[in-house]
Design a protein around this ligand. Structure first.
Ligand code: NAD
Length: 380
């Protein structure tokens, strides 16, 4: 059924321009897409670190005027997106370049969607509310990561409700993803670890869910393979360009997989931790992933066994059960290597019932999980 749905609502693949120094091609790509004056959507840290300068230098060299919106903060809010849209209109922009992690990329998607629909992004929350091509849109990720450069999703936060929502539409897939590992060399080890496990979570949840197809499994398998081989290297030595490059490809591939096959309880709970306490998304996923793997063990055993082989943790001599156990143990060991914390110090006992209610509802509506969780199990 999922394959049929995918045919009815086809999800495009962004054109991928990948490799060291790929960002220098941005001006040419923008011109080919028909963009004349882009809004650059990024955050102040990337400007301060000189990462945004690679992009502005490339545009300056081609005499392309731009407007710089560098106000994005982690987990972009609806009012922030409204400000960005205002800037887009005021400065007469006709295209958008997102530079950053998931937060600038999602903020940029929501600004572009608001611009093309001429409504506040709040009205676009939900499924298939955009249904119109975005203005020329280029995504340049600086974390590896969310995979937002390949997905149909923009995650937006409503600060009043302390809740994350999604805008989901195939038109949110960027026209072009420019994936340049040189932009990621200075990513601090902690963010490298957390965002890397975010990509792993996308690969795993899409692989074990009931919407997985041969195509999404191939992308997820590839991502798991690259992440186990390269995330510890990128964490230990941020200047390891090849490890960074492999992680950036893994993140893209995991994005391609999960945007077609969806996610599961790790994300359903992580979104509540982000909405309520601003726990960084990757960290929330990293803390939760081992627990959800344990929870779904019997129902996802065969898929875990396959992923154990992808991760290089098991071989064809192992029984399925042995291999599946090795996969879960391997994820836990990876968390340890990356010094991922064990729990959430900010979690308040009084909040747990509401958080569990929201997480179970989010998953029940949207996620093809291998095993359903009730509220009491989630609270535990
Ligand atoms: P982020 O974009 O919030 O960035 C985290 C921090 O890392 C920021 O302080 C940023 O300045 C810094 N940073 C980014 N790149 C850097 C670099 N190269 N060098 C140094 N510092 C750098 O983090 P994220 O994890 O990439 O994105 C998280 C957001 O993405 C969440 O809101 C999450 O819900 C969303 N998300 C979206 C999708 C999607 O498909 N749209 C998927 C998963 C997550």
């Amino acid at each position: 059924i999922r394959e049929q749905v995918n045919k009815l609502v086809p999800i495009p693949l962004p054109k991928l321009i990948e490799g060291k120094g790929a960002i220098s091609q941005t001006a040419q790509v923008l011109t080919e897409l028909g963009g004349v004056k882009p809004l650059i959507v990024t955050d102040a840290m990337l400007v301060k670190l000189g990462i945004a300068k690679h992009l502005t230098d490339a545009l300056d060299a081609a005499n392309i005027a731009y407007s710089l919106f560098d106000e994005v903060t982690p987990d972009p809010t609806l009012p922030l997106i409204a400000n960005g849209w205002q800037r887009y209109k005021q400065d007469g922009c006709d295209s958008v370049i997102a530079l950053g992690g998931g937060s600038p990329m999602d903020c940029a998607k929501a600004i572009a969607a608001a611009a093309v629909k001429n409504v506040d992004a709040r009205k676009l929350v939900g499924l298939l509310r955009v249904r119109k091509a975005l203005p020329p849109f280029i995504a340049i990720p600086t974390t590896a990561g969310t995979g937002s450069e390949a997905t149909v999703v923009a995650v937006v936060t409503d600060p009043e409700k302390k809740q994350k929502f999604t805008i989901v539409d195939p038109s949110l897939v960027p026209a072009v993803a420019i994936v340049d590992p040189l932009l990621m060399l200075g990513l601090p080890a902690k963010i490298t670890a957390e965002t890397g496990i975010d990509a792993l979570t996308h690969a795993v949840e899409s692989y074990i869910g009931c919407y997985a197809t041969e195509q999404t499994k191939a992308y997820g398998y590839d991502a798991v393979k690259r992440i186990f081989a390269n995330l510890p290297k990128a964490y230990a030595d941020g200047s390891d360009i090849e490890a960074r490059r492999q992680m950036s490809i893994a993140s893209f591939n995991a994005g391609v997989a999960f945007t077609r096959a969806s996610i599961g309880y790790v994300h359903a709970i992580a979104h509540q931790m982000g909405g309520y306490y601003h726990v960084p998304h990757g960290l929330a996923n990293a803390v939760l992933l081992p627990h959800i793997l344990d929870f779904s063990f019997e129902n996802a055993l065969c898929r875990y066994a396959e992923l154990a082989i992808a991760a290089g943790l098991a071989n064809s001599e192992d029984s399925q059960v042995e291999a599946a156990h090795k996969f879960v143990a391997g994820v836990k060991a990876l968390n340890k290597t990356l010094n991922i914390q064990a729990g959430f110090p900010e979690l308040k006992a009084n909040d747990i019932p509401e958080l569990a209610k929201r997480a179970v509802r989010e998953a029940y509506c949207d996620y093809p999980v291998p095993k359903l969780m009730n509220r009491a199990q989630c609270e535990a």
